[in-house]
Write a protein that binds this ligand. Structure first.
Ligand code: SAH
Length: 216
């Protein structure tokens, strides 16, 4: 797999497009400019890798639209060395963006096929998050608490166990709503039993499902 001048040029254009749609955080835009998105997509879709669109990644799932990845990452306000828990590894693209921003990344996926693929592939191109196979609703308490938690699938409510694993002062970003449409939501944990919730527009994600795909 190659990252050619053509790919780099297309990526620059994509960054400009995402900027023109309102993303302002230069660290986020820089990360978007660095991660070779075409590496994360099945070969048939490589020509679409630098369009600002979501695409299928197998197992009925999608790699999020670059604008959406940038929007969630901006809202999360990631600092270098932050411990970030991601729910929904999928292709691993969002995890790579978080790593480019200097975070320590812990990522959970409930579909075995996607988990295995990301775990095999990401380190080969230099991205080393901690991978977990399991139900994101449970989080990963052994490695917590986390500075930031990012849910990349649509959740009908704020998962209580994830709030418990968030540090006081930490931020949780999730698309909140039913399967048709969700409101991007930022939750800031103000104390152990108090949080502040704000809404940031409509998005569409695949659903956050309970358990793992074989019911474990
Ligand atoms: N972040 C991904 C996009 C993920 S799409 C990327 O950058 O490519 C959402 C992912 O969440 C899917 O892979 C889906 O299998 C996964 N998912 C859904 N419910 C989950 C759960 N309860 N725990 C962990 N992963 C889940």
């Amino acid at each position: 797999m190659e990252d050619t001048f053509r790919h780099k040029g297309l990526r620059k254009k994509l960054v400009q497009e995402v900027r023109s749609k309102g993303i302002r955080n230069e660290h986020v835009l820089e990360a978007l400019g660095k991660v070779p998105r075409h590496f994360f997509m099945d070969s048939g879709f490589i020509n679409f890798a630098y369009k600002d669109q979501a695409f299928p990644i197998g197992a009925g799932q999608t790699i999020s639209q670059p604008y959406t990845v940038a929007f969630q990452t901006e809202l999360l306000q990631v600092n270098p060395f932050d411990k970030v828990l991601e729910i929904g590894t999928g292709s691993g693209y969002q995890a790579a963006i978080l790593l480019e921003m200097g975070a320590k990344v812990y990522t959970i996926e409930r579909q075995k096929e996607l988990y295995l693929k990301a775990q095999d592939f990401l380190p080969k191109i230099g991205y080393k998050p901690h991978f977990f196979y399991g139900d994101g609703y449970e989080g990963q308490p052994a490695y917590g608490p986390y500075d930031r938690i990012l849910i990349t699938a649509a959740a009908p409510d704020i998962p209580g166990k994830l709030m418990e694993q968030l540090k006081v002062g930490g931020r949780l970003v999730l698309p909140l709503g039913d399967s048709r449409t969700q409101i991007m939501t930022l939750v800031i944990k103000e104390s152990d039993d108090k949080y502040q919730k704000t809404s940031h527009g409509y998005f569409v994600f695949v659903p956050l499902l309970k358990g793992t795909e074989n019911g474990l």
